[in-house]
Design a protein around this ligand. Structure first.
Ligand code: MF3
Ligand code: CO
Length: 246
């Protein structure tokens, strides 16, 4: 885990701010009838016009600037001509590079009026992030946070995806350590001050099991029940933590 210099932290904050604002902008665009391609294009233009670079574009061959994942799609939905419809839930995941540093964040939004169960899934997923970071502290085991996320999700009757995790973030989008959303509180590395983590619970209504489609990206639930995602880039300092994308 490479520790960030003060000047690098300034750039991480700026990358985080553009990421946060891109998601606030995305939220204003979500409504029945829009295609995920149109969202991708507008969000990409927003990032570029605010001095950032959409970091997902061409990342390991990824074809678009954002990931937009509807209903049973857990993560890495590829924007397309698919149209959002009333009752869908849609996860928008955005990555921004700014002067060599990275922000990464995701939200799940309702499209029009959604079922109570889907709203609970969105709420529990978001709250699990906050339960997690209550247990995130420099000098302590990362597993304390991971286990808090898992407990909160499972106590609410949902399941946590295992195969995909959060990650360290900084000069690259994906860095060490891996940040699981499950596990034992005594596991994992010691959390280091002056580092950033992207913490991103992926929560399924039914089975935690996932399946990756032929395109190599689109990740769906095996039982086709809905899934939600909530992610922020977080800065860990000696005595406090700061959420850079909120
Ligand atoms: N936000 C995703 C993550 O945290 C990255 C999307 S994969 C990409 O891992 F290829 F689209 F970049
Ligand atoms: Co991420």
């Amino acid at each position: 885990m490479k520790q960030l210099l003060p000047a690098e932290i300034v750039l991480m904050k700026k990358a985080g701010e553009i990421t946060k604002n891109a998601l606030l902008y995305a939220e204003t665009l979500i409504q029945p009838g829009v295609t995920t391609n149109s969202l991708d294009k507008l969000i990409s233009e927003y990032i570029i016009s605010h001095g950032g670079k959409p970091s997902f574009k061409n990342y390991q061959g990824y074809p678009k600037s954002t990931c937009i994942s509807i209903n049973e799609v857990v993560v890495h939905g590829i924007p397309s001509e698919r149209i959002l419809k009333e009752g869908d839930i849609v996860s928008v995941d955005v990555g921004v590079e700014y002067k060599g540093f990275n922000g990464d964040a995701a939200r799940t939004f309702p499209v029009g009026k959604i079922s109570e169960e889907k709203q609970k899934l969105i709420d529990v997923t978001k709250q699990s992030f906050f339960e997690g970071i209550k247990n995130l502290k420099a000098g302590e085991k990362l597993g304390k946070m991971s286990s808090a996320i898992q407990k909160f999700v499972e106590n609410n009757g949902f399941s946590v995806v295992r195969e995909m995790t959060g990650h360290g973030i900084g000069a690259k989008m994906h860095m060490n350590p891996s940040v699981p959303n499950y596990g034992n509180e005594n596991d994992g590395p010691i959390v280091q001050a002056n580092t950033c983590l992207a913490i991103e619970p992926m929560v399924n209504m039914g089975t935690r099991k996932i399946f990756i489609l032929e395109d190599g990206w689109t990740t769906i639930t095996q039982d086709l029940q809905p899934s939600a995602h909530y992610e922020n880039t977080v800065l860990i300092l000696e005595n406090e933590i700061e959420i850079l994308t909120l």
